[in-house]
Design a binder for this molecule. Sequence first.
Ligand SMILES: *Cc1c(COP(=O)(O)O)cnc(C)c1O
Length: 358
Amino acid sequence: MNRIYNFSAGPSMLPLSVLERAAAEMTNYNGSGMSVMEMSHRSAVYQQIIDDTERDLRTLMGIPDHYKVLFLQGGATTQFSAVPLNLMTKNGKADYIVSGQFSGKAAKEAERYGEVRVLASSKDRNFAYVPHVTQFNADADYVHICYNNTIFGTTFPYVPATGNIPLVADMSSGILSKPVNVSDYALIYAGAQKNMGPSGLTVVIIREDLIGEPQPGCPILLQYKVQAENGSMYNTPPCYAIYIAGLVYQWLLSIGGLSEMQKINEKKAGMLYDYLDNSKLFRATADKECRSLMNVCFVTGDEALDKKFCAEATAAGLSNLKGHRSVGGMRASIYNAMPVEGVEALISFMQKFEKENT
Ligand SMILES: *Cc1c(COP(=O)(O)O)cnc(C)c1O
């Protein structure tokens, strides 16, 4: 075994058992005589894979029947366009809460399709917190949030009470980390490569009444209506990425579902934040009440020392700890697939580094 602990923000670690199962099934999936990569997406054997994958995601998240699940391509970034193109259709206006770089990009993209009102931004403190917003514009076609801010290590500690206004959430880096009440949201989207599988797959969970005529000129592949009517197969879907996501869902079900996953995630993040809060060398950068369970950002306050830390950590088998360039310092992404032992190894390493460097 020569696997490392990979703290990459995405693409990121997958459960070893998922990779081993995929390897075992690589050349001959379930007696079909071929790899999932080689199958027609129109075949019965592939239809079973996508149906099972959808069923397991519905079970895990408790997705109500009046929501559609779409398996799409183009990453979360494509949804920055698809959401306004499909939902900014009543009043041509939408409200955005900007709590990080991705929500900023989402708001900027939406401006191409209608009037965007940024209700609040946490840019004043380099996105170290999530703004608490309670007032929304009644004429907004939707309110958009980024549920977990991958780059800055913050997460929404509350669900914005938007009343009848549809709430849209980019959940790329938070989905499946703990249970959420899907009914609180009108639309959830997430790129798979953070917490669900390989890149190339984006999952969209959308309340059926929001699936209607998009803005004129909306590219056909971005139309939720077309994708929903065609079972995510208007064209070739990301077949292999869907299959791997399906294996990840089976793995989550096997460990007891999202409430079990939450316990493990709270344990991992709790250990790391506890250590950080008591460290004389390191400091967590996100405000306490909105700290992410998935992305833990920290600094020493000395850039040269941060660099030394990352280099020595990599040499010790703890990789991809360098923070995003807009925050600096370090970021440990501890998604579902990161075992408790990985976080323990990181903390031991940090303790040793702290001793040697203070
Ligand atoms: C990674 C990420 C994105 C961008 O995803 P792509 O798949 O690269 O388009 C958007 N939003 C969030 C919250 C992310 O973590």
